[in-house]
Design a protein around this ligand. Structure first.
Ligand code: NAD
Length: 490
């Protein structure tokens, strides 16, 4: 692996923080120190916003196809560097290397490629208005956009945010999570090499309450795109009110995953394990609530628990590893605290609920895949645990399944397993969520809108929806040969 970049990226240059502060970044496999990264505070964020503001006329004035070409080049470079990027992501986040390479890196490249192709295909429109007038609507970039990213999928989420923002002609100040900033800095290095003009993208690593808050409040920032917890999302909305900046929020989730009695049980068991245990359950769309028809519950759970307890935990860099550590010690402890909470409310731990006994993993942030039988009203069935922790409950009929599915405050992702076509469509319509998967779970694609309802936030990433969210409609009226209205005619 080449030397790891650890400075802020402002105005096309890698720089130390103005006050020289740094943040330690650790490998969650053994908590060893990887590097210290520069820590941005308000003055560094100001410098980044100024650089983005200076770059805006050039970037937004460039032919859309030229912007697209740079994004396409970036996609190619990411694929060419797949191994190194996957390694960096694996040591920084704990993602198993095979997922980091085959999912994170490939989806990241696909996302930049999609929006690279989109840049010159996202069109305005001509509206049939009053006689004698032409009215056309342009999709104008917003200006300087602030983007705040969490630690669970840093590489991929960076592409979800940068791709549409840049394709649409905005310039960006991005604040990655202070816990996992490394792959984002590598992307910045690639952008600089490829020839993105300086200041188009600026990366400020820093803590949420300082750098993040300052960015969210900044009067020169026209929009904040935020992915993170619902609690922080509320702070972002508060912080945005000074200049009424636009806000798009991708927040928490508590995905309902319903298994009906006519489901292909083997597919449902495998798919449900993927739904919760991929990335150690640290996914906002994770299928963290299994809702199973009582007729098939025993057979399903026997198979599911067996599968969960056979998942290979290990060093993320080992290609055989299926589940790595959680991303930080603090978070591991938070997830483990939910085991006590579950037991206090009378839930039964069917498997897991503790750190693995393997001494090779004793220094890391590992937790065994955990399956808990709980009431739908229990805290573990209502609150986002954000770990390899699934709560299981049963239902008698479709109406009860739907009632349980819709009884949390969240509304991000949800899934269902059935062979009955009309039930599938009906449930997909009725589940309160931004995304529903039928006989699968956790599919994403750069063309398909991603986001939630209720406490899961608003606005959408990906696809044309994202391009709309990163632009303003500008309506232009041209008098071609219209008669001037009689008022004030002299
Ligand atoms: P978090 O809200 O603590 O932090 C997210 C980001 O916000 C980080 O970069 C953090 O530094 C920053 N931040 C924290 N306080 C801030 C403040 N006051 N002002 C501005 N920025 C601030 O969340 P997290 O623990 O990093 O991530 C996990 C959460 O993210 C989970 O709740 C999860 O569901 C959610 N998430 C949602 C989606 C989605 O697309 N809906 C995707 C991934 C994660």
């Amino acid at each position: 692996m080449s030397a790891i970049q650890n400075k802020l990226f402002i105005g096309g240059k890698f720089v130390d923080a103005k006050d020289g502060a740094t943040i330690a970044v650790h490998n969650p496999h053994d908590n060893s120190l990887i590097t210290h990264v520069a820590e941005a505070k308000a003055a560094d964020v100001d410098a980044a916003v100024d650089a983005a503001e200076r770059a805006f006329p050039l970037w937004s004035g460039m032919a859309a196809a030229e912007r697209g070409k740079l994004l396409l080049k970036l996609a190619d470079r990411i694929e060419a560097e797949a191994d190194a990027l996957a390694q960096l992501e694996a040591i920084d986040t704990g993602h198993p290397i095979r997922d980091a390479k085959n999912i994170d890196v490939l989806r990241t490249a696909a996302c930049y490629r999609y929006f690279g192709g989109m840049a010159d295909k996202f069109q305005g429109s001509v509206i049939p208005v009053d006689a004698g007038f032409i009215n056309y609507v342009q999709r104008a970039p917003i200006g300087v956009v602030g983007q705040i990213v969490p630690w669970n999928f840093p590489l991929m989420f960076t592409s979800w945010k940068l791709g549409p923002a840049l394709a649409a002609g905005n310039t960006v100040v991005m604040k990655p999570s202070e816990i996992t900033p490394l792959s984002t800095l590598r992307i910045a290095e690639l952008m600089a090499e490829i020839g993105f003009p300086e200041g188009v993208v600026n990366i400020v690593i820093g803590y949420g309450h300082t750098a993040g808050q300052h960015l969210a409040e900044h009067p020169k920032v026209g929009k904040i795109s935020f992915t993170g917890s619902t609690e922080t999302g509320r702070r972002i909305v508060e912080a945005s009110k000074g200049n009424l900046k636009r806000v798009q929020l991708e927040l928490g989730g508590k995905g309902a995953n319903i298994v009906f009695d006519d489901a292909n049980l083997i597919a449902a068991v495998n798919g449900s394990a993927w739904a919760i245990f991929h990335n150690q359950g640290q996914a906002c769309i994770a299928g963290s609530r299994l809702i199973i028809h009582e007729k098939v519950a025993d057979e399903f759970l026997e198979r599911f628990v067996k599968l969960a307890s056979s998942i290979r935990l290990g060093n993320p860099l080992d290609p055989e590893t299926e589940m790595g550590p959680l991303t930080s010690t603090l978070h591991r402890d938070r997830v483990l605290s939910y085991v006590d909470i579950a037991q206090q409310q009378g839930a039964t731990i069917l498997t897991g609920g503790k750190a693995p006994s393997n001494p090779d993993l004793s220094k890391g942030c590992y937790i065994e895949p955990t399956v808990v039988r709980a009431k739908p009203t229990d805290r573990v069935s209502q609150e986002e645990v954000f770990g390899p922790f699934v709560s299981v409950t049963t239902f008698k009929d479709d109406a009860e399944a739907l009632q349980i599915a819709n009884m949390t405050e969240y509304g991000l992702g949800g899934g269902l397993w059935t062979r009955d076509l009309s039930r599938a469509h009906k449930m997909a319509r009725e589940i309160r969520a931004g995304m529903v998967w039928v006989n699968s779970y956790k599919r994403v694609n750069p063309g398909s809108p991603f986001g939630g309802v209720g406490q899961s936030g608003y606005g959408r990433e990906m696809g044309f929806e994202a391009m709309h969210d990163y632009t303003e409609a500008k309506s232009v009226w041209v008098n071609v040969d219209a008669q001037i209205l009689p008022h004030f005619k002299r």
